[in-house]
Design a protein around this ligand. Structure first.
Ligand code: ZN
Ligand code: ZN
Length: 409
């Protein structure tokens, strides 16, 4: 891979992604395989004035071994030191970088029950951490770097080096790092997303109605005080950051009990190291009441049944079918990329920032606004080239939003 491009990418993660401030702590969560870029990110972060850069290495092959062989009761426990690791840093205002690069099949064959219990235990123990990130009280950015297993899943006909090389190319392209001036290209891209955001916010929509030839026929109500967001994220004090690199979506939240109809997936979705394919979900008054999948139904079941909120939606996101990632026409088996190639929805927690003033509301106030809460937040892709979305405004006028997979304007 081109080291020059790698350095540009690392720089964008630090300066545009988390927009690191003087004296701030940075926590990087990354696969052990991503050593080279983590070293670069750390160096740039220190040069930009970071107080400390803490690396939270993960190795999912070890995680798999643990799931297979550790005593059963361990999956209900979260050690105090681990809890403190998250809470201490998050309370000190740390910025969080995560490099996502999972093997999509890593937990095949592991008992779902252990994964669910472990997710629940961590979800409850790290509630404060999660809530602070979801409401932009701490800066966070998810970016990506190839791992062997992930690259080989995407390009099974190539050898390891070729596959990783090809995946790097795709990551650079998706992030506009291959452009002559990536920073200017990202700036221009953010301005374009802002146009979609302004268009949608200007309409004051009450409902969205989705239809395509897969069989999707879904109506999503929006809360009166919903806000569409996209491109940059902002902290309360005005500091700008980008929570996802890349990002192509504009998004808001659905009214928790206002989703009805059926929706079909348009791409596989990886949940807990298991690929879920060709699935559909039926919603009634917001709740997923029926679902089926050709592959990975057990994993889908474990998500829907995870907690009270994981069977409700927490995000509605629009991504044009002609977005650059979608045009690459490759399946990443990684939500960070696949969600940015397709209109999607998320099961689980909604972002309070998608309600006017939501970041300062109590849990009860958010509930009244129809904001869903859950320890899960999982995007799944539903966009197709023939997806049509019609909106209804306050006076029940129909407005075409998406025609044949793309924004109308
Ligand atoms: Zn999204
Ligand atoms: Zn999401």
């Amino acid at each position: 891979m081109d080291r020059n491009l790698l350095e540009k990418y690392a720089e964008i993660i630090v300066k545009t992604g988390v927009n690191i401030q003087k004296n701030q702590i940075v926590v990087i969560t990354a696969p052990v395989e991503n050593y080279e870029i983590v070293e670069m990110i750390s160096e740039i972060a220190y040069k930009e004035g970071a107080r400390d850069v803490i690396t939270n290495w993960v190795d999912e092959r070890i995680t798999r071994v643990r799931y297979l062989h550790a005593p059963d009761e361990i999956f209900d426990e979260v050690p105090e030191w681990k809890k403190m690791f998250y809470l201490e840093n998050v309370r000190k205002g740390a910025a969080y970088i995560r490099l996502s690069g999972s093997d999509p099949d890593i937990l095949n064959g592991v008992e779902q029950d252990k994964i669910i219990r472990s997710n629940k235990a961590f979800g409850e123990a790290l509630k404060e951490y999660r809530e602070r990130l979801m409401s932009n009280k701490n800066i966070w950015c998810v970016a990506s770097a190839p791992t062997k297993a992930w690259a080989m899943k995407m390009f099974p006909d190539l050898n390891e080096n070729e596959a990783k090389e090809k995946l790097w190319e795709a990551i650079f392209k998706a992030n506009r790092i291959d452009r002559e001036d990536p920073i200017a290209a990202i700036k221009e891209h953010k301005a374009n997303l802002k146009k979609s955001v302004d268009f949608l916010n200007g309409l004051g929509l009450r409902k969205l109605m989705y239809k395509n030839s897969l069989g999707t026929d879904l109506t999503i109500e929006l809360s009166e005080n919903h806000v569409w967001l996209g491109g940059s994220d902002f902290m309360k004090n005005g500091i700008e950051f980008m929570a996802n690199l890349p990002t192509e979506e504009v998004f808001t939240l659905p009214k928790k009990d206002g989703v009805n109809g059926i929706v079909y997936s348009s791409k596989p979705f990886v949940y807990n190291g298991i690929v879920v394919e060709d699935f559909n979900i039926t919603f009634k008054d917001g709740k997923a009441v029926k679902y089926d999948a050709r592959k990975g139904k057990e994993a889908l079941k474990s998500l829907v049944e995870l907690d009270e909120g994981s069977c409700y939606l927490g995000e509605v996101a629009l991504v044009p079918h002609e977005s650059p990632i979608s045009q690459m026409n490759i399946l990443f088996y990684n939500t960070l990329f696949d969600e940015n190639a397709s209109c999607h929805l998320a099961l689980g927690e909604a972002y309070p920032i998608c309600i006017k003033g939501g970041e300062n509301m109590t849990k009860e106030e958010l509930e009244k606004e129809g904001v869903n809460s859950s320890i899960a937040h999982e995007d799944f892709m539903i966009g197709t080239e023939d997806l049509n979305i019609i909106g209804l405004d306050k006076d029940d006028n129909e407005v075409v939003i998406f025609k044949n997979g793309n924004f109308i304007y």
